[in-house]
Design a protein around this ligand. Sequence first.
Ligand SMILES: Nc1nc2c(c(=O)[nH]1)N[C@H]1C(S)=C(S)[C@@H](COP(=O)(O)O)O[C@H]1N2
Ligand SMILES: [Mo]
Length: 513
Amino acid sequence: MTSRTLPSGPVAGIAAGVLGLGIAELIAALAGGASPLLALGDRVIDLTPRWLKEAAVATFGTADKPILLACVALVTLALLGVAGALAVRRLALGVGMLLVLGAVDIAALLAERSGNGTASPTTGTVALVVGLAIGITSLVILTRRLRKQDAPTVATTEAEAPDGFDRRRFLVAASAVTAAGVASGVGAKVVTARRHPATKVAIPATVSPAAPLPAGAELRIDGLTPHLTPVDDFYRIDIALLTPRLDVADYRLKIHGLVENPVELTYQDLLAMPLYERRVTICCVSNEVGGDLIGNATWTGVRIRDVLKRAGLDPDADAVKSTGADGITIGTPLEALTDGRDSLLAIAQNGEPLTREHGFPVRMVVPGLYGYVSATKWLTELEVTRFADFRAYWTDRGWSAEGPIKTACRIDIPGQETMPGTVTVAGVAWAQHRGVSKVEVRIDDGPWQPADLAAEDSIDTWRQWTYRWDATEGEHQVQARAFDRSGQPQTDDEAPPAPDGATGYPTRTVTVG
Ligand SMILES: Nc1nc2c(c(=O)[nH]1)N[C@H]1C(S)=C(S)[C@@H](COP(=O)(O)O)O[C@H]1N2
Ligand SMILES: [Mo]
């Protein structure tokens, strides 16, 4: 579309809207308010039906959030264009539409949870109202010459434009307004990043370092998942677009509920307790068979049982309901936190303080349980309670209250094509807190053959495996299955992730030639 045929009404609407939103974002960022755009995105996530969410995650993986934001932005731009077109016909219609869009965003902002350390929804709302006023003013000015005095004629192209309309001047003005809006938006991003620099904290020495990695636990095969997952490659699952930004200076962890004496711990209090370092593989319940929503890291932190002991447990309790600053609630069996496994309030991942994405400053890590029932990030509260007395974020949405990780494995190599001859089949297998005792491979529904296992790191981590396959030309099906230490193989029942974890053999169709 050339500048000649660009319809002026929509151009004016989009320019005015971008300016208003940009200013709103900038004021919100400067004043510590919640972002109007992210609030809208969060409401869309909340209102999205579960089947659509699952389809989005299945299709886009962890890119689902940026794609969602892009969709929200596109729809918003389209609606702004409509508002501009309406404003040319009748100003009141265009302004009315902007007011409706603003009202929707205000509703989204007010529904935003203002947890410990997250930006204020009220301040975000004030910022949006200012932005809205500026947007409406810009719309009035930009479309002024496009409206005929008394005839509600459509005047969208130069030929139809009313007298006194200078298209070149209009486009210059619209571009300047849009540019100012974009600049404000970029400014908002910069301000937010500056305001919350990655907090520097030093992790004290641990009383119990992780055991050295056994020789032979890391097979170093090209294409095989490394035993330790770098933090930057670690999968991420968040319910919210607004990643909480907590400050260690005013961080408080409340431990209350069925306890003898409620406790409140600061970050310094936690650092002063004995720190343990352990390698634990955590996994998402949404992980499909063969999926990559799983990662292994060295976690450093305080044992949850030590913290609970400080508060003193009521014998009636059977669960801990934890809360994250993003508003999530997670229910964990008390037993998994006290039975002797190394359940941690982690403050570091792979030797570095947690990143904001992975729960800075404190998160839970519980060997053997899916993340949605155990791995609370941005942890602010532990309420000792009973499963009968509460529901958590995901159980409210149909997922099981308890989520032990199911024995499973993944085939990393070969890919879908390979050369004939000896081919290395390799992958990882996991059965957290039970341990992997065996992996088997079969080709084209033939007999199961034992794979070679890497040395075992611990029963709480995954284990690499390899198998040498004499591949002949043609299309073949490669399958694998893992066994836990009790000798129990993973099930071949094919089940989707909901409600308590996917099952079935990972299968790769390989073309050899
Ligand atoms: N506060 C908070 N904690 C959370 C979540 C979340 O959305 N908010 N997601 C959970 C889920 S479903 C999983 S699988 C793990 C993922 O942790 P990661 O993002 O560090 O990999 O965190 C869990 N803890
Ligand atoms: Mo998850």
